[in-house]
Design a binder for this molecule. Sequence first.
Ligand code: ADP
Ligand code: MG
Length: 346
Amino acid sequence: MFENKELTDIAELGEFGLIKHLTDNFKIRHETSIKGIGDDAAVLNFGEKEVLISTDLLLEGIHFDLAYVPLMHLGYKAVQVNLSDIYAMNGIATQITVSIGLSSKFPLEAVEEIYKGIELACNKFNIDLIGGDTSASKQGLVISVTSIGYADKKDVTYRNGAEEGDLLCVSGDLGGAYLGLQILEREKLVYLENPNIQPDLEGKDYIIERQLKPEGRRDIVDLLAQMDIKPTSMIDVSDGLASEILHICEQSEKGCNLYEEKIPIDPVTYETARELGLDPTICALSGGEDYELLFTIKQSDYPKLKNDVDISVIGHITDKNSGCKMISKSNVVHTITAQGWTAFKG
Ligand code: ADP
Ligand code: MG
């Protein structure tokens, strides 16, 4: 991507110069951020609120492949996936720290791209960048994001609050990010065999965007508050619907019935799965990286959200002894297993 540009060696700026260069544009927007970048530690004050903190570590070659992930998208996604964990607690994210490890193959322009993505996410989701760390790395790129947020004590939603009879709900649609990844991997192989062939991504915009540019569902947190619904439990879908349902059921000591026909799957996701010889339902159950919110609500709250097209009721909570079951479209009962992401990795 930098073929025609003059590149700048990071060593020219030095560590402090680099940090200043990368973070100068970021402004502070929250009163809770008392002190951001520039001292030994950031200072936050949340008064009476419960404070939520979450961290993710992303390693090149393990969590992302720079052969098809643009650096700006990488910065954006690194922030999004982390904010998603705060939203999954029914909280509002307000600050992040970003730590990066850079190998010598990265010029300043590459790191600038990553920070453009970080800035985009901060602007869109109203987040203060309040610090981080910068280091050389022997090999590859490392990014770690920590996000901080808050909620009123009464609003914080854990994984363990589901009760028998509660409805199991999910936002958006599932399986798209996984199929986007399959298409990107396929085109990478084609490219490696013949660099002259242009990637064939036609008609796949939606799922490629789901993979490269996921959006944390802060809008769902706001929507639930507006509808005056406090979910009884909640989790974000990072590893696949099956794995997340099992987390809720295990921690709540409950079972569930999930109805296959209710699982929301976008038509592009569905068709792509078929094209690749995959079962769309398995992609939704085990694909991962959709970053939707999976939550349970009391039945009495159902009328408040039943007309919302962005939320699907996909099942209900049962007692622990009934186990976690999926009722298929042909009415066969399957036990849900935690294949998560590993199902496809062999
Ligand atoms: P220290 O030596 O105390 O670790 P640093 O020189 O690493 O301090 O960092 C100076 C300031 O810049 C701190 O406020 C730190 O949080 C911030 N910072 C360092 N690296 C990054 C980065 N990659 N992104 C954002 N802020 C950073
Ligand atoms: Mg440091």
